[in-house]
Design a binder for this molecule. Structure first.
Ligand SMILES: C[S@@+](CC[C@H](N)C(=O)[O-])C[C@H]1O[C@@H](n2cnc3c(N)ncnc32)[C@H](O)[C@@H]1O
Length: 225
């Protein structure tokens, strides 16, 4: 997934609250317009390293309750269910919700990242693969606090996002809105929501750092003391 494009800074866009619905609707319309092509292009991606990062950090046997945040058409729901877990998808793109249900047989919630409605302390783990970067920086703290609340104490958040190599930027990339943060900024904002960093790695593996645009991170919600 490429992202070497011209970005428009948030200061050049409309005020945040008025913009959120626009950001969601345009970004989701982009995915909607190419839903079948997205499935065809990503269904065979090897995501096993990311599954392992989440599941090893949880450190318990199946069945685990896992939220696939921004599940797309369901590749990872299929894999997690096949491993004996109880994954639940969440996505704002109606076609992806339908496809993910059909492909995986799992429960899939049709929700916007900006209007999350999840019960507290429901999930052992959250798998946010290539999804959190669609959240503008101004609402990222709120979204992260909502994900924090949805995890059981000791639960684990895995996220993988395209990173910025120099300064934080956000804006429109073609038809999608994205936030591209440095490693330091991702670390700061997720830590500020209460999570504790367990590990991080860059992808794709085996490349020089300069050719590793994907930042994978494993975070834990501390257990109640
Ligand atoms: C890059 S795709 C990743 C999909 C899947 N996790 C994967 O790894 O293939 C980003 C996903 O986030 C969803 N998404 C983007 N913005 C959203 C929003 N505001 N609310 C809900 N879902 C959103 C898209 O519909 C899409 O499924």
């Amino acid at each position: 997934m490429g992202f070497a494009v011209t970005l428009i800074s948030m200061s050049e866009t409309e005020p945040l609250l008025a913009s959120l619905e626009l950001i969601a609707s345009r970004t989701l319309a982009h995915y909607e317009s190419n839903a079948v092509g997205f499935w065809d292009g990503t269904r065979d991606h090897d995501v096993t390293q990311n599954y392992a990062a989440l599941l090893n950090a949880i450190g318990r046997s199946a069945p685990l309750r896992i939220l696939d945040f921004g599940c797309g058409p369901g590749r990872d729901l299929v894999a997690l269910r096949a491993a004996g877990h109880i994954p639940v998808g969440l996505d704002g793109c109606a076609s992806f919700v339908t496809m993910a249900k059909v492909h995986s047989g799992c429960e899939v919630l049709h929700q916007s990242f900006f209007r999350i409605a999840l019960a507290d302390e429901t999930f052992d783990g959250i798998f946010a693969n290539a999804s959190l970067f669609h959240v503008p920086q101004a609402v990222l703290p709120r979204v992260l606090r909502e994900l924090f609340a949805a995890l059981v104490p000791g639960g684990v958040l895995f996220c993988s996002n395209p990173r910025s190599f120099d300064t934080d930027t956000e804006g429109w990339q073609g038809g999608r809105y994205g936030s591209y943060l440095t490693i330091e900024s991702w670390t700061h904002v997720i830590g500020a929501a209460g999570f504790v960093l367990e590990r991080q790695f860059l992808r794709p593996t085996g490349k020089p750092t300069s050719q590793q645009p994907w930042l994978a991170m494993v975070w834990r919600k501390p257990s109640a003391s």
